[in-house]
Design a protein around this ligand. Sequence first.
Ligand SMILES: CCCCC/C=C\C/C=C\C/C=C\C/C=C\CCCC(=O)SCCNC(=O)CCNC(=O)[C@H](O)C(C)(C)COP(=O)(O)OP(=O)(O)OC[C@H]1O[C@@H](n2cnc3c(N)ncnc32)[C@H](O)[C@@H]1OP(=O)(O)O
Length: 218
Amino acid sequence: MSGYITEEIPAEELTRQIEQARELGDSVRRLVTATVVTDVGEEELAEARAHIDAAAEILERSRIDSSFGLRFNSDGRLRNWGNAVEGIRNPLAPPVEFHAEADHVWAEFDLGPQYEGPPGLVHGGVIGLILDQVLGNAAVNAGSPGMTGTLTIRYRQGTALGPIRVEGRLDRTEGHKSFASGTISTADGLCAEAEGIFIMPRWARGLDASRQLGVGDA
Ligand SMILES: CCCCC/C=C\C/C=C\C/C=C\C/C=C\CCCC(=O)SCCNC(=O)CCNC(=O)[C@H](O)C(C)(C)COP(=O)(O)OP(=O)(O)OC[C@H]1O[C@@H](n2cnc3c(N)ncnc32)[C@H](O)[C@@H]1OP(=O)(O)O
């Protein structure tokens, strides 16, 4: 399967690259938020656009031919910088930094105005995006990773934009299937809960995926 790439980068260089990737992602995330909420006039909008287009031209001078993929270093560090939830270099990602405990994974982070659905509330699809990742990571953390086969979400109340907490755990496994569940909550309490079935695809069976995937890597 393409997109799973083993790539040797010396530890020190990798640390530097991680820092740069995060800085670039953070700058563009700031820009994305500013783009949604800016209230400047026409002239400033034109000025900003010229700078943004100039920056895009610099970045486009050299690019990889595909998406970023999942890159493994021989020191065990994993890079998923393009991931829509965790990718530090992906400005669409908050990015969520997951913490792995013995029996669950969790994260706390902010969702800004770019994730709005109903006014003031997080878009339901974004809730699904995040729950998919947290449940999938719970399965990875428990050593039973898989592709999402089924994801069921109950939206209990609107999720206010701002700080949220997500949690996920693996409940059980059955053959190639991992059953996981999780929640999203805010200061208002439980907002959404999900159950998911994650399936080790045929092409990956026999590979030691659990040793190659990690929760909380760069
Ligand atoms: C270096 C190697 C690494 C390998 C890693 C491999 C996988 C891990 C991948 C990612 C994990 C990483 C991070 C996790 C974090 C986030 C999670 C987000 C993940 C995603 O964002 S992922 C994108 C959305 N996702 C898809 O794009 C899936 C498209 N789809 C398929 O790729 C296939 O459709 C697949 C693989 C689902 C099944 O295909 P298949 O051929 O492998 O499975 P098969 O037919 O053998 O069924 C085996 C048993 O699962 C049952 N079953 C089948 N399909 C089911 C379903 N949909 N729901 C419930 N149960 C189902 C059967 O009924 C049977 O059950 P039983 O054993 O009891 O008979």
